[in-house]
Design a binder for this molecule. Structure first.
Ligand SMILES: O=C(CO)COP(=O)(O)O
Length: 254
């Protein structure tokens, strides 16, 4: 099964009402390849989700940046998967490194969230990635395999999962992984999926890259055979996000 190029925009904890309006109108005016070529999903903070969902062009979709690990109830400050479903929010980002690091979300907790969100009918962008220290000590594959394994132990159907490889040292630093560095991890991850889940899941699961993706570096990254798209932070708030979406053409012409 061909893997459709996927571009996610993670707005993180950014934006005022005015800024969000401006970003949406820039996105709505952008000339991008058709939905057959690229799947575009933007992820504003929870409070802006209904507005963005309702005002965004119909070929782009929205994602929440997190959700609660199980059914809602007495969990102050949390937003449940059921609420996202109720609002027709199709996607959720789970296990972003900022949550793993700052909020101490463990591999198991992230995996429980992924499994619960999928069971409610959400599609999930599941994030994994190593720190600089882990990369320098040579444990990158061990770390990302453990993060993926925790998810694989709780998820049997990978149809609605996009795996986002985001090396922590490349996030928000301007220090992008080289195309070769990213390709190496993506290719190893695909081999891991093949060996530990199935050839079908390995061939069909999209593995996207995140970490300082920009208009200037996206084409070279997109040309790598195992890079199936991007999860973009800072640049997703700017008009250059349109250029990043357009890098899907690289794949089409490959
Ligand atoms: O964390 C990211 C996307 O989820 C990447 O952030 P930057 O693109 O700002 O490095």
């Amino acid at each position: 099964m061909a893997r459709k190029f996927f571009v996610g925009g993670n707005w993180k904890c950014n934006g005022t009402t005015e800024e969000v309006k401006k970003i949406v109108s820039t996105l709505n005016a952008g000339q991008v390849p058709s939905q057959d070529v690229v799947e575009v999903v933007v992820s504003p903070p929870f409070v802006f989700l209904p507005y963005v969902k309702d005002s965004l062009r119909p070929d782009f979709h929205v994602a929440a940046q997190n959700c609660w690990v199980k059914k809602g109830g007495a969990f102050t400050g949390e937003v449940s998967a059921e609420m996202l479903v109720n609002l027709s929010i199709p996607w959720v980002i789970i296990g972003h490194s900022e949550r793993r690091q700052l909020l101490k979300e463990s591999n198991e907790f992230v995996a429980d969230k992924v499994a619960y969100a999928l069971a409610q009918g959400l599609k999930v962008i599941a994030c994994i990635g190593e720190t600089l220290e882990q990369r320098e000590s040579g444990s990158t594959m061990e770390v990302v395999a453990a993060q993926t394994k925790a998810i694989a132990e709780k998820v049997s159907d990978w149809t609605n999962v996009v795996l986002a490889y985001e090396p922590v040292w490349a996030i928000g630093t301007g220090k992008v992984a080289t195309p070769a560095q990213a390709q190496e991890v993506h290719s190893e991850l695909r081999k891991w999926l093949q060996a530990n889940i199935s050839a079908e899941v390995a061939a069909s699961t999209r593995i996207i890259y995140g970490g300082s993706v920009a208009g200037a570096n996206c084409k070279e990254l997109a040309a790598q055979p195992d890079i199936d798209g991007f999860l973009v932070g800072g640049a997703s708030l700017k008009p250059e996000f349109i250029d990043i979406i357009k890098s899907a053409e690289v794949k089409k012409n490959a």
